[in-house]
Structures are given as C-alpha cells and as structure tokens.
Design a protein around this ligand. Structure first.
Ligand SMILES: C[S@@+](CC[C@H](N)C(=O)[O-])C[C@H]1O[C@@H](n2cnc3c(N)ncnc32)[C@H](O)[C@@H]1O
Length: 291
C-alpha cells in the first residue's frame, strides 16, 4: 500500500507508541478485508497512512484499545460500520474549489461542449455536491444547462442525501462568492440561493437535470458514455494500482474527445492511459481523450 500525506486528519489520532507496527498492519489488512466482505466497500488499496490515521481516530473516539477491537465492533454493530464508513470517505469539498479550474473549464472546454446537441457530465466522488452545483451554475450561465445531464455519484449515501438537499452552510457563502467571482461567474452569486436559518438553500433549477446516485469507483462498472468526467480529489486517496483501475473505468466511460478533469494534486502521468489523452491544461489537470 502507498504512503500518502493526508492533512485532513488531526495528527493526534496516532498509533499508541507501544503498538507493534507489523501487528498493526496485519490487523488493518484483516479489518479492511472484513469491511470489504461484510459491506462491499473496498478500501484495501487506499493509501495506507491515510486509512491508518482514520482508523485510529475512530478507535480513540470509541474508547477501543486495538484495531482488532474495532473489527469486532464493526462486524457486529451496523451503526459502528456506518460511522467507520463515513470516517473512511473523506468528504472535504467547496463550491468553485480551485476557481482557476472553472475559469479554464469555461474557456477551454465549454466551446467544445457547445458543439454537442446533448451533453453528459459525470461527477465521480461528488461528496456533498458543491462541485455539482458549481458546474450546474457554470453550464446555466453558458446556456448549456438545458441540454446537459449531470450524473453525480459517490460511494457514500449520507453525503449524497446532503447533495440532493442543496443546503450549504451560510457561513461559507462569503468564501464561495469570492471563488465564484474568481472562477469567472457572470451574475451575482446570491442569485442562486436563499438564506434559510443558518443554511443557504440553492435553487432547485440547478438540480433539474442532475441524477444523484451511489456508485463505487472500485467495484461498480461504467454506466453511460460521457462528454466530461470530473473526478477531483478522490484518486489522491488511492494507491497506484487502484488509480489505474479507475482510470480504466474513466477511459471506458468517456466518448472520444471527452474531457477528464482531475484534482490539482492528481495526474494521468504514469497511468497506463497516459498516451490515450492529450493535455488541455496542465496545471488544472484537464485532459482530452484522443484515442
Ligand atoms: C475529498 S472528496 C472530493 C469532493 C469533490 N470531488 C471535490 O473535489 O471537492 C472525496 C469523495 O470521494 C468519495 N469516494 C471515496 N472513495 C470512493 C469510491 N471508491 N467510489 C466513489 N466515491 C468515492 C468520498 O466519499 C468523498 O465524498
């Protein structure tokens, strides 16, 4: 398993100093095998360091002493399995995250999309949906929304329910407004939501053409042919072999000249599909399938 830095987990969730690291690895591998065989969620090839810290965070929170102790609980208590699955899927996201990405998408991808009578976009690993609403706004402003169908998928049903609800924290609207402007937004960002209690409820017109559905990139198959696939800040948590597997899924799911967009710290480099794409924009990790 690959080692990766994961800045989203507090470092306090650390392995106890007296814990034997070989034993720990055996226990973690058995636990991940147990999760897979019991729930179907496959974290076996996820970045080890990230998984390890998340497990210890849950172990600490539950007052359990060992990884095997956690294994017993998740196999016998459905609610504990639920909690752990939530811990293991990292759902950090934002509207118009990396605004320059959306600016480049508008400038370099939208003109091609405009030539299609019907546009299919897939957000793989959409988390709570901020990315999906951002794309819906962009496509609406470019006059393309009515001929678009957006598929928004995630492994995690809980975050998908939040995405469907379209209510985001009011205290993040300032940040999102700044992102929207930097992303080349053409209206007032506040046109898209109404403040309700401490939430911002986004216009249902933005999800009229969106299908939210659970999909596991590791175990589920391709389900349509897309003109654009956005899978941003998901593959960073997978090891190389799993990344290659998912790139195979994206390759099979993209129409010729379809666009693949990855996160700022992700890349197609060294994947078996590197030669099947040309770069549309290097820094923004936007590629076009050419063969
Ligand atoms: C960090 S969020 C990225 C959200 C959004 N794409 C963005 O860039 O802001 C990663 C998402 O990937 C999802 N994920 C992790 N493993 C997955 C898998 N095997 N299949 C589908 N989604 C997965 C997680 O549940 C989480 O919501």
């Amino acid at each position: 398993m690959a080692l990766q830095i994961d800045e989203n987990v507090p470092s306090s969730a650390a392995t106890p100093s007296n814990y034997d690291s070989e034993l720990e690895q055996i226990e973690i591998e058995l636990l991940l095998e147990g999760i897979y065989r019991h729930s179907g969620f496959d974290f076996r090839a996820y970045a080890y360091a990230s998984i390890r810290r998340r497990l210890w965070k849950r172990i600490e929170a539950e007052g359990i002493a060992t990884v095997s102790g956690l294994q017993e609980r998740i196999l016998h208590e459905p609610a504990m399995m639920e909690r752990l699955l939530l811990d293991l899927s990292i759902n950090v996201t934002a509207m118009f995250r990396d605004p320059s990405f959306y600016r480049v998408f508008r400038e370099a991808v939208v003109p091609t999309l405009r030539t299609y009578p019907f546009i299919r976009v897939w957000h793989a690993g959409c988390a709570t949906g901020e990315e999906v609403y951002s794309m819906a706004i962009l496509l609406q402003e470019e006059g393309l929304y009515d001929r678009a169908r957006i598929y928004a998928t995630d492994i995690n049903e809980v975050v998908l329910q939040k995405a469907k609800a379209g209510i985001f924290p009011l205290d993040r609207m300032q940040e999102y407004t700044e992102n929207y402007i930097a992303a080349g937004g053409k209206r007032a960002f506040s046109d898209y939501y109404v403040a309700k209690y401490d939430g911002a409820l986004f216009s249902p017109t933005l999800t009229r053409n969106v299908v939210f559905s659970q999909h596991n990139l590791v175990t589920d198959r391709s389900f349509s042919e897309f003109n654009a696939i956005l899978c941003r800040n998901v593959l960073i948590y997978f090891d190389k072999s799993l990344q290659s597997k998912v790139h195979g899924l994206f390759y099979d799911s993209l129409a010729i000249f379809g666009v693949l967009a990855l996160g700022s710290r992700e890349s197609l480099r060294f994947s078996p599909y590197e030669d099947s794409y040309e770069q549309i924009n290097g820094p923004e990790k936007i590629y076009r399938k050419v063969r």
